[in-house]
Design a protein around this ligand. Structure first.
Ligand code: BGC
Length: 792
């Protein structure tokens, strides 16, 4: 009965998708019924009566070939399997008969990827607009991940800023730049939660936490899309990779993920959901399988969650050749089956698989794919194109930006400064090493990142010119000059070096200096896509170089460059000052000098836990309780006698070396007691979706030191007594607060249904009558807390 009712009230197309979809069962129907409430387009930027009318009129005129064309995406090399342009140049036959220019001219291509530059995009666009029968413009998408020409820190570094407003600004800045090259669609933000530092793509997201990830996801969407997608400076976002790609087993790239639905909904989906709620125009499906079903053919994710529950109106694009890869996953024996499974699951656009154009016609003819489903997907693509105003402004905007923009430099410098996390700053001869004292005149700058413009940028930074990048050497030299000082640079070793022939020079330079600044860490390609690592130490023999320099006894500042948490255990025990700088971008050197010299106090906080040892991975702060908690046991000691049978390691502590939310600065902040607006909340008031401000937690933070600085005040919530185990605590609020010496500020965190609810065994978000603890403090180890109850 329910089934019939749903069919009757559902659009024909979405019903067809549901009926024809792979593995869609009756269990799914209850949610479909719920979803009907959200079926009408709800995204204000995409859905308007005017747009729907235009789409209707165009759809009526389109041939099947033209419709399928809108669902096909190639790069400018046409199709060469998974081959890149270089391979194609070597073997033009690899093109498989697909020529993007010809396809564009005949209306058989809807969008292009990583085709960038005004000349190029305009040429393809002219082919589509001038020559194709219906003059439908192409949509150019590209991996503009952290800036186009003026590069800002990688998303993980931006996560460390805990500053969504800043993220919105830099995202907008890159849209302003890239739209001059004809790009109106970014394959960004990557909102995959990653709790495993071995996974290389950790660098592309905001880290391990769902709340922080959701805040950043919203900020990117607002920055890219603005209030009006049709503004020629706006770009459509593609939120990726849907879903749970960041939980790839053992951190190995493209590996399978397997998790309970509770964990998926509670810890992995919130950033994607936040992005959809913020109006994201498109979503990219992920490479991985989730609980046995590849995300690119996963009706649970793409239909039930994304469309039925969240009411997503935009289109879904596959990841690169991911539809073809369904055969590798073993869920399709042939291209036709892969196409049918992906398409009926809800993937609208085929990125580079060369399957939709070859297979969909036959599947439609044989009735395996209903025409209504095709129309529905074409509608979604056209909706985004109309919303972007592409029919009115198809070409690259204004004058093409080809180099870093000087007016954008202050913003990317600020972003870099805010991203740095001071992990350690011990006193040497009575004073903390940082900021550098006026006595620190002679600086020995050592390491493969000391004078290396390309490696200041990290992965996915194709656009910039290296001459635009400020290196550490250049910035420190100019600062040292003002201070009557000098800088001696010694590379010391290579990234993955094994030779110690450069060590002597480095040691000599350190001996003659007042302070040694070591710029060590990963190269850009060691993280990012296909950058999984099984070891998380400083690569090559960089740690030996550090040890050799440390043996001089000179004060050391270690600058760590990395796209992920590294194991810094030796450094934490032997080096006076350590600062994580990720990959800072175009203004790397200037930002580093600003912070080293104390013009700016560091304010970044870790968006991921830094482990003692790689064997702790996946490591995250919002752990669940166990029946044998190791509370009160000295985990620095190997177990003996009574201390063995607890949830612990015998060789490292349980906790992180540097925990989530942690970061020092050049002053000290003190916290007053946490106070709550009331002692209890009745369940009938609390267990209401959308209920806000059920409880307010307030604490006073004071700058108790002698320098102005910014603190990221963090609010964590935990509860006991629920029907399912809850994490010991999880982040539910944060605020950046800048205080002068001696200044205090009250900071309040409103807690509503979203902050207090959790998923129960029916996978529903609920508040139950339980006992809550709220902590407010400077990291996930915050100790000041207060308690309240949700009464039955
Ligand atoms: C990556 C995506 C990227 C796409 C297009 C894939 O390999 O996983 O993140 O957007 O390529 O370049």
């Amino acid at each position: 009965m329910l089934f019939l009712k749903v069919c009757a009230s559902s659009s024909a197309a979405s019903t067809a998708r549901k009926m024809a979809g792979v593995g869609i069962t009756f269990v799914f129907l209850a949610a479909s019924a719920v979803a009907q409430k959200a079926a009408a387009p709800s995204n204000k930027q995409l859905a308007s009566a005017a747009i729907e009318r235009k789409v209707d009129s165009l759809l009526k005129q389109m041939t099947l070939e033209e419709k399928i064309g809108q669902l096909v995406q190639y790069n400018d090399s046409g199709y060469a399997g998974a081959a890149d342009a270089a391979q194609l140049a070597a073997n033009p036959e690899a093109r498989n008969g697909v020529n993007s220019m010809e396809l564009a001219a005949s209306g058989k291509l809807g969008s292009m990827l990583n085709t960038v530059g005004a000349e190029k995009t305009n040429a393809f666009q002219h082919a589509a607009v001038d020559k194709s029968r219906l003059h439908i413009p192409l949509l150019f998408g590209a991996d503009i991940i952290h800036g186009y020409r003026t590069i800002y820190p990688q998303p993980l570094g931006l996560g460390a800023t805990f500053d969504p407003e800043l993220v919105k600004d830099v995202a907008h800045m890159s849209a302003v730049e890239a739209t001059t090259a004809g790009v109106r669609w970014f394959y960004s933000p990557m909102v995959d939660i990653s709790r495993d530092a071995r996974w290389g793509r950790t660098t592309e997201g905001a880290g391990e936490d769902a709340y922080l990830g959701a805040a950043m996801a919203r900020a990117y969407i607002q920055g890219y899309q603005g209030d009006d997608l049709s503004n020629p400076e706006s770009v459509a976002a593609s939120v990726k990779h849907f879903a749970a790609y960041g939980a790839a087993e053992a951190g190995r790239e493209y590996n399978t993920t397997d998790m309970s639905e509770i964990r998926l909904r509670q810890d992995y989906l919130p950033p994607y959901k936040a992005a959809v709620e913020a109006g994201a125009a498109t979503i990219m499906s992920a490479f991985n399988a989730l609980n046995g079903v590849p995300a690119t053919a996963n009706p649970f994710l793409l239909q039930k969650v994304l469309r039925d529950e969240w009411g997503f109106d935009g289109f879904v694009v596959s990841d690169y050749t991911a539809i073809m890869e369904l055969t590798h996953h073993g869920i399709a024996l042939d291209p036709a089956t892969a196409t049918r499974k992906a398409f009926l699951a809800g993937v609208d656009v085929d990125m580079m698989s060369h399957y939709y154009d070859t297979e969909l016609p036959g599947l439609i003819r044989s009735g395996q794919v209903p025409m209504s489903v095709v129309d529905e997907s074409v509608r979604r693509v056209l909706r985004v194109k109309f919303a972007l105003g592409l029919f009115e402004h198809p070409y690259a905007r204004g004058t093409e930006i080809t180099a870093a923009v000087s007016e954008h430099r202050p913003l990317v410098r600020k972003a870099a400064e805010e991203s740095f996390v001071l992990l350690k700053n011990d006193a040497v001869q009575g004073n903390p090493v940082l900021p550098l004292s006026s006595g620190a005149k002679k600086i020995a700058l050592i390491g493969p990142l000391g004078d290396n413009p390309g490696e200041m940028l990290g992965s996915w930074s194709g656009g910039p010119q290296l001459s635009d990048v400020v290196t550490i050497k250049a910035a420190l030299e100019s600062r040292a000059k003002k201070n009557d000082g000098s800088v001696v640079f010694e590379k010391g070793t290579e990234f993955t070096g094994t030779s110690d022939s450069g060590f002597a020079g480095a040691v000599q330079a350190a001996k003659q200096a007042d302070v040694a600044v070591l710029a060590l860490g990963e190269s850009g390609v060691m993280s990012g896509e296909a950058g999984s690592r099984a070891h998380l130490d400083l690569p090559g023999n960089q740690e030996q170089l550090l040890e050799a320099v440390a043996a001089t006894g000179k004060p050391i500042v270690l600058l760590v460059f990395s796209g992920r948490p590294l194991v810094l255990t030796w450094a934490a025990q032997h080096v006076a000052a350590i600062m994580e700088v990720w990959f800072p971008g175009t203004e790397a050197g200037s930002a580093i000098a600003d912070v080293l010299y104390g013009d700016v106090s560091p304010s970044g906080k870790l968006p991921m836990s830094f482990p003692w040892a790689v064997g702790q991975e996946p490591l995250y702060y919002n752990q669940f309780p166990t029946g044998r908690p190791a509370t009160g046991i000295d985990l620095m000691q190997p177990p003996g006698g009574d201390s063995r049978f607890f949830s612990r390691y015998i060789d490292v502590p349980n906790r992180a070396l540097f925990p989530f939310g942690f970061g020092l600065t050049y002053t000290q902040f003190s916290y007053g007691k946490v106070s709550l607006s009331r002692t209890a909340v009745p369940l009938r008031e609390a267990n209401v979706q959308g209920a806000r401000n059920l409880m307010t937690a307030t604490a006073t933070v004071t700058n108790a030191g002698s320098r102005a600085a910014t603190e990221v005040v963090q609010c964590y919530v935990g509860n006991l007594g629920a029907s399912v185990e809850q994490p010991i605590r999880s982040l539910q609020g944060f605020a950046r607060v800048t205080l002068k010496p001696g200044e205090s500020r009250q900071v309040s965190f409103p807690l509503g249904f979203d902050e207090l609810s959790f998923y129960n065994s029916e996978n529903r978000a609920v508040v139950e009558p339980t006992q809550y603890t709220v902590w407010v403090g400077d990291s996930s180890l915050a100790t000041d807390s207060a308690e309240f109850k949700v009464n039955p």
